[in-house]
Design a protein around this ligand. Structure first.
Ligand code: SF4
Length: 61
């Protein structure tokens, strides 16, 4: 599974990190989300995080 976060679209809301903390984390310098371990959480949870992103910044390939 390859997960990309569009850094231009990410507004740093933290929702994906709250839902799938083993897959995403907030970058302290950019205040945007990044992928730490794909797939650190179950596919179902990751998909929930993707669908919850308000700007559709996360893309699974
Ligand atoms: S849910 Fe979307 S906008 Fe919010 S931190 Fe994650 S990638 Fe960024």
């Amino acid at each position: 599974m390859k997960i990309n976060i569009d850094q231009e679209k990410c507004i740093g809301c933290g929702t994906c990190v709250a839902i799938a903390p083993n897959t995403f984390r907030m970058n302290d310098e950019t205040n945007k989300a990044e992928v730490i371990n794909p797939p650190g959480d179950s596919e179902e949870i990751i998909k929930m995080g993707v669908e919850s992103c308000p700007t559709a910044a996360i893309v699974i390939e």
